[in-house]
Design a protein around this ligand. Sequence first.
Ligand code: AMP
Ligand code: MG
Length: 358
Amino acid sequence: MTLLLPLIRQQSLQCSKISKMETTILLSNSENSIKSASEMIKNGEVVGIPTETVYGLGADALNPQAVKKIFAAKGRPADNPLIVHIYDIEQIKLLAHDIPELFYTLAESFWPGPLTMIVPKNDTVPDETSGGLDTVGIRMPAHPVMRELIRLSCPIAAPSANRSGYPSPTAAKHVLNDMNGRISAVIDGGESRFGVESTVIAFDDEKTVRILRPGSVTKEMLSEYAENVIIDEAILNDLAEGRNAPSPGMKYRHYSPKADVVIVEGDFHAFAAYAGSIKCDGLYCLVFDEDDTKLLNSEFMTYGSDSMEQAHSLFARLRELDEKNAKKVLVRAPKKDGVGLAVYNRLLRAAGFEVIRV
Ligand code: AMP
Ligand code: MG
């Protein structure tokens, strides 16, 4: 089921103001659809785009008016910068300067793919895109639809396509849920492969990489190329009062469904006993595929076995839990290394750092 609305209405091609848009067009990932979407982007409109991480809300990264529409559609604070997505390494020169050698080494190893690198920005990148910072986060995505869109249009600024604070979308229907009537179109490219957003890194010096957001390019993978890889303390801890966020996104509530999420550390038997002791309407458990769910008295869902599967399904499960009107969700704590660190980081924020040990 990819093509629901085959025709792009002329009316919506002309329509660029959010207030005038009644519905968002769902496009297939055909060549013609991608061409139409690229015209929209060149016209300064916003389009939901599949990527290998999560769905993005894409607009012309170098057009401040277009970029403002992304912030308006998401309800995103203006100081939270957008990642700029490029098609080939040549586009770096247009966007950034003083690029360390290590940047190119990592680009060669992990691009196209889920790695965003922060470097000093050129004036071509508007302040609206960089949230007023003098740096810019750059990524070369791997998803063929996103790549073709950039090739046909321009560097594309694209944050995750959710309303600010809500779980990121990993399917076109999630984007429509959040954005219907707020953006011009969404391209349906199926489920996102990784399911968590890109790894974001900054360079402390020529040999040191600082992870600001963990993702599918892990600390272990980066360590093969960088002498030092630091995991910023804000990844696993609530920002200490008075400490400046090295990445503005760290300051904000994130990934939260309506339900109250609690992470429960401990083995499954202790988890089940704890869940059984809680008396609460709308209680759900989010556990691993292999857990013996017969031991649970409450409703439950599973979110995979290994870290890759958990990353792939976490956001979709959080959205499903809202659809089921879950009030409280107890989640089995994932591993904290490899891709597990990305899953744990998203869950920590979804839970407002509420962790219980049993
Ligand atoms: P999203 O756009 O939802 O994928 O989130 C992008 C994340 O990257 C946010 O947490 C941003 O704060 C962070 N980010 C983007 N650009 C920069 C930058 N220039 N400096 C620091 N963090 C950045
Ligand atoms: Mg986001």
